[in-house]
Design a protein around this ligand. Sequence first.
Ligand code: ASP
Ligand code: MG
Length: 409
Amino acid sequence: MALIVQKYGGSSVADAEKIKNVARRVAQHASGNQLVVVVSAMGKTTDGLLTLAHQVSPAPDPREMDMMLATGEQVTIALLAMALHALGLKARSFTGPQVGMRTDTAHTKARITRINAERVQQALDAGEIAVVAGFQGLSEQDEITTLGRGGSDLTAVALAAALKADVCEIYTDVEGVFTADPNIVPDARKLPRITYDEMLEMASLGAKVLQSRSVEFAKKYGVPVHVRSTFKPDPGTLVTKEEHDMEEVLVTGVTHDRSQAKVSILRVPDRPGIAAQVFGAIAEKNIVVDMIVQNISRDGYTDMSFTLPRGDHTRAVAVLEDVARTVRAQGIVHDQRVAKVSIVGVGMRSHSGVAARMFATLAREGINIQMISTSEIAVSCVIEDKYAELAVRALHEAFELGREREAAV
Ligand code: ASP
Ligand code: MG
């Protein structure tokens, strides 16, 4: 008998009909397996709750925020349990606190500290389907917490690790992880497998299939994660540890992120402590910067550029104008609309010339590269936002990632 953890996201449980559909889907797996089903809040419920909170207060208290946010998932678990009962199945719903999901006290972005999954195990042993609220836990001070946006993925993976499940299936409105966004590249191919590291790069580079922290957790505990469609029966993408043959492929996928902005500080005095001062001021405002580039110094001055989420652009510019004055820089320039395109693949570790091929491809399309960053398994370029789709298509073609290519090989 296999123990399977399934997770259904908000769009899969958006209304009564969809919840009944999920119940039928769960029922298909029920015989011969032990099932834990983790669910998100219905549709855009969490967004709606956040809006409400900001309507009553400019700065909602984080503890109360979690008290409110946790209600979204609690509605779904009860409804899904009822729908399963209506199909004649034994099922019982549980909140995060009830399944022993313990966290630290960082409200709205809590980290899991331990799980006491005894209660879930008992339900499973009694032949029940355990329906568990994603995204929520109980702090060491017995306060309700939430795990950050998209946190239901993390709940599912963490429960799968604690219960030593055979697989953690993430059901969603896409069919799996693709070589590129199929809305932009019609020829994009669903990947049968991808490594944890590639998935992490893709998640942080803008492919929003899985919450990053859930992938880190899965990697740490070796949980096999299967990303698949709620609405179609076909297998999706298995996220797993690296196997030897996975390195043979040069590039696994092309991702893009069009929600970035770029800021540069010009002619900053080049001496110890300046970068700390600049980025310290930014960090103090809780702005997370992404790519950072510092030029070589000339006559004791240098330029620094970095990218950040577009939503933080205005605040960052305000802070930096102050900082620029304090450190006697020449000034700042900024661009509210840049895009980052990236190629990802563990094969880069063992092949050379991958970055060069990427740059040549962009050059051929007349796309100027503004910034470059590399990791062991990814190369990213910041470009003008209007070229994002063109760049993705050209790279997908250049690295022969499409379906036609595959058929030809
Ligand atoms: N409902 C939460 C959110 O929208 C958690 C989740 O869906 O994973 O972020
Ligand atoms: Mg989600």
